[in-house]
Design a protein around this ligand. Structure first.
Ligand SMILES: Nc1ncnc2c1ncn2[C@@H]1O[C@H](COP(=O)(O)OP(=O)(O)O)[C@@H](O)[C@H]1O
Ligand SMILES: [Mg+2]
Length: 275
């Protein structure tokens, strides 16, 4: 089967230092891939290169057989419309209402206002937001609601690929869960391929088909989340494993792990691993 997204040798250098260093990556339609790594290792740069918000220095990006790295003008805009981007800081337009924020991209793409609004409302419904918020401004919402609007905006164009850059990292801890629930639901049901940068390990174990670790611009390890977290080979993976163990040692580590995997097993039919 052909990969939906295929990246080869992607490199981006800032001031003589590679932020993304010769990365190869493939994502299938419907696949959920979580990307983890320490701050500054190049995660955001990698995501931004994938829809060419940042121009890579070299490398190839293939999307359904099309050479994204060679695209320009209208062709590049059309590709970007197939890719939904969810930002850490939401990036909503403050003077527009919730529903107009979600519909804007569709209207710019030439969609009739009526049908753009209908799609925006459907996307808002998918993230659990109803008519009471349609006419509100972003400032009137909680952080969790704002990020759900950000997710609805990415969903509204029915993207084939969704890129998520630390979608819960700016949220008050009390609001993280509502966004993770939406993300889990989409990871389970959406037909889009997803590449999600997050430090939420329980989310990765529950929702990801594959977990990637990145370090100093390179992808250093990948595999099924429960397997790479159980026996990581890379230094970064080992640091995440320690963090995971610390987090669950209070509740009884194996118990915490099993509880998470129990929920994950519904999705992927995974069996718990002994740690
Ligand atoms: N626009 C930029 N100009 C210069 N350096 C940058 C720019 N964006 C990112 N970098 C550098 O590239 C490296 C990777 O950054 P980034 O992709 O933001 O990492 P992460 O998202 O993993 O925290 C860092 O060293 C960062 O300072
Ligand atoms: Mg980042």
């Amino acid at each position: 089967m052909r990969n939906m997204l295929q990246v080869c040798g992607l490199t981006k250098t800032y001031n003589g230092r590679p932020a993304v260093d010769n990365v190869d990556l493939a994502i299938q339609r419907g696949e959920t891939v979580v990307l983890m790594g320490p701050s500054g290792c190049g995660k955001s740069t990698l995501l931004r290169c994938l829809n060419r918000l940042t121009e890579p220095d070299c490398g190839e990006i293939w999307f359904e057989g099309q050479a994204v790295h060679r695209m320009a003008g209208a062709e590049l805009l059309a590709y970007r419309r197939r890719v939904g981007f969810v930002f850490q800081h939401f990036n909503l337009i403050q003077r527009l209402s919730v529903v107009d924020n979600v519909a804007l991209g569709l209207v710019i793409a030439g969609e009739e206002r009526e049908s753009a609004l209908a799609k925006a409302e459907a996307a808002l419904a998918r993230v659990g937001l109803g008519p009471t918020v349609y006419r509100r401004r972003p400032v009137e919402l909680s952080g969790g609601q704002r990020q759900r609007v950000g997710i609805a905006r990415a969903l509204a164009g029915e993207p084939d690929l969704m890129l998520w850059d630390e979608p819960t990292a700016s949220l008050d801890p009390m609001l993280v869960e509502e966004v993770l629930e939406v993300m889990e639901d989409l990871a389970r049901t959406a037909r889009a391929g997803m590449l999600i940068v997050t430090h939420e390990m329980s989310f990765a174990v529950k929702a990801a088909d594959r977990l990637l670790f990145m370090d100093q611009g390179k992808l250093v390890e990948e595999g099924r989340p429960e397997e790479v977290l159980a026996s990581p080979r890379s230094a970064v993976g080992q640091r995440y494993r320690k963090l995971w163990q610390k987090r669950y040692s209070l509740a009884g580590h194996n118990q915490g792990w099993r509880r998470i995997l129990g929920a994950g097993a519904e999705k992927g039919g995974r069996s718990p691993v002994a740690l």
